[in-house]
Ligand binder design. Sequence first.
Ligand code: CA
Length: 367
Amino acid sequence: MVKSALMRSLMVSLAALLLTACGPEDEAGPGAVASSGKTYNWKMVTTWPPGFPVLQEGAERFAENVRAMSNGRINIKVYAGGELIPALQTFDAVSQGTVEMGHGSAYYWAGKVPEAQFFSTVPFGMTPRGMNAWLYHGGGLELWREIYEPFHVVPFPLGNTGVQMGGWFNKEINSVDDLQGLKMRIPGLGGKVFAKAGGNPVLLAGSEVYTALERNTIDATEWIGPYHDQRLGLYRAAKHYYYPGWHEPGTVLELTVNKRAWDSLPADLKAIISHAAESENVLMLSEMEQKNLTALKELQARDGVEIKRFPDDVLTKLQAMTEETLSEEAAVNPAFKRVYDAYQAFRQQDDAWTAISERAYLGIEQP
Ligand code: CA
């Protein structure tokens, strides 16, 4: 009895000594266990309308997965665009630490960080397969983190729209001349290229797109893909539905985390967030693809939509104008050039591989 009481006393002293030696701040030691008991209540703001299918829903599913995996140690309350702050102030809110997290896409911050567009999508650029290869394994994500570092923002890929559609037009597009003076809702770099082709790009929020097209305030619009386009009712406002979405060949969506908030997390919660983002990156893209293939069938069979491919000549010319647009920006903006060069170096290798893998396989004539 006495002996075992002495042993217990010794063990307690030894444990206390170890704890003191490691110190409460030592992340790798017992201190990490102690600090991991803390609960984090975070806010995430998004650029999407409330309840926006797949994208807002995906951000909410990510938050729920983080909560479940951390056993409630990290609770992320998700707000849609405008619920807490205006949609396009998401980046600033995360940067300034007004909120801990954001969800959107990097090309929304083109006015502030033009080179961020390479981490979202560029016309005639890489598809989700190539983007994931570049970001996760080809140095893309490290470069992205460097670009966001001065803003105290840590980015993660979280979702992808897949290859988008070319858009809805109130007339046939048979040559680049048909784009002359055409008023089209087409944002970002795609809009700049469209302007080079003689078109008149306009910026409109999603909520205004249908009415503008229906009332002929605009002649054409792009939105996302069959699923979201069908939900917006665009087939009732314009007759000609074109593919492919040369201007958005798979838009990467991003999770942004305030740097200070990120640094405050213990290692296990960081791992949970990283892996939940990777998991949602796959889930969102696959949900998008499944919903698009279903909606495509409905648009054709039920809604009587005729789907047309842009003529090769139009696509070739738009591609040449894209290269001009990117080179012009790179010539005056060293930061843009740096990311452009890294993107292009990876992309050229990806093209060579894709030519004999997916492109070759998918190019086999169907019997
Ligand atoms: Ca789009």
